[in-house]
Write a protein that binds this ligand. Sequence first.
Ligand SMILES: Cc1cc2nc3c(=O)[nH]c(=O)nc-3n(C[C@H](O)[C@H](O)[C@H](O)COP(=O)(O)OP(=O)(O)OC[C@H]3O[C@@H](n4cnc5c(N)ncnc54)[C@H](O)[C@@H]3O)c2cc1C
Length: 368
Amino acid sequence: MSSVVVVGGGVVGTMHAWAARRAGHDVRQLEAEAEPRGASVRNFGLVWVSGRAPGPELDLALRARALWEELGEAISGIGFRPDGSLTVAQHPAELAVMAELVSQPDAERRGVQLLDADATRRHNSALRGDFLGALFCSRDAIVEPRQVLPALRAHLEAGGGYEFLPGRVAKRVEPGRVDDHTGAIHECDLVVLCPGATHHGVAAEFLADAPVRRCRLQMLQTEAFPERLATAVADGDSLRYYPAFQLPSAAALPPPVAIVAEYRAQLLVAQRASGELTIGDTHHYDEPHDFALDEVPFAHLLARAESLLGSALPPVKRRWAGVYSQATDDSTCVRVRPDPRIVVVTGLGGRGMTLSPAVAEATLEELS
Ligand SMILES: Cc1cc2nc3c(=O)[nH]c(=O)nc-3n(C[C@H](O)[C@H](O)[C@H](O)COP(=O)(O)OP(=O)(O)OC[C@H]3O[C@@H](n4cnc5c(N)ncnc54)[C@H](O)[C@@H]3O)c2cc1C
């Protein structure tokens, strides 16, 4: 048995803590905030297999989905729901892209199926709007982002060999030790640094040459929707962003409307266990990021959701922005190994919630 210090209390750090405990190591986890506030609690909680690139990324997503399911069975607080998703087409060219995906050799592994409008309504009776059909993905799932981290930590604490230290900013990382801002020194055999989008500070020296950038997204949550959404929902604009849809037929997609182009918007809707709807999102890369929320894309996303649901949405309860770290090459994440006793893991992008358990498992396998 050896000792591991994980820096960062987001989903990537916490999944590394879980994977390290599973491998038999003693784990101490440091988090700068009193409770993590980063991307891991600001996301949709979508475990999103449907849009992953064919090959290694799809393999990793399917492994991650299996791990989420196992964790969801063992830890009820995670709120794992194998609901699947419907990506809804409102234009014939969108249906053509979905049909092409369904004809790919990996379609069965993705669990994808093309539905006409009536079958779409049978899959999710809350969808009563105007559309032509949808892509159903049975492998997509939902977890509860505000509950996942405390639930995982409680599970680890109950098993022993794990200690969570909130309110500790790691100021210095060296082989075999982490110094925090209180002056405490945490000695260990391995440091796993998972700083999320905090590319400055202690992570800066390790990420200086890494292919990584930051992306800011806008999100909102409504009051409880009166019906249960049987699946998560996406609109046809999402076909523009996910690598699985980069197929020849995608060239015939209509140009995005001006707001979608300007804000790189797509509609995703995930219903919380409480009935509230998490709705997003936008993508902004140029830094410095705006500190204020912009109303224009929210109005578009709400109108789009209403056009698919065919009914008025409940009032908006909260709005927020979130920032994630994203690898700029084809890698599924940025994994830097400046020393055999230090590994830095970030850059999982908009799929970090999905991939985190499998990325953590792979890190531990690589190290062993
Ligand atoms: C709005 C939004 C929606 C998204 N939706 C989805 C989705 O539905 N599905 C999906 O798969 N992915 C989604 N993502 C992406 C996913 O949320 C991220 O990839 C993932 O949460 C990143 O996790 P992380 O642990 O790397 O980062 P974070 O959650 O940001 O955690 C990093 C933590 O490290 C701590 N930290 C940093 N530096 C230090 C230090 N020096 N000392 C101590 N602690 C430190 C920070 O305080 C922070 O708590 C979304 C992201 C956003 C922003």
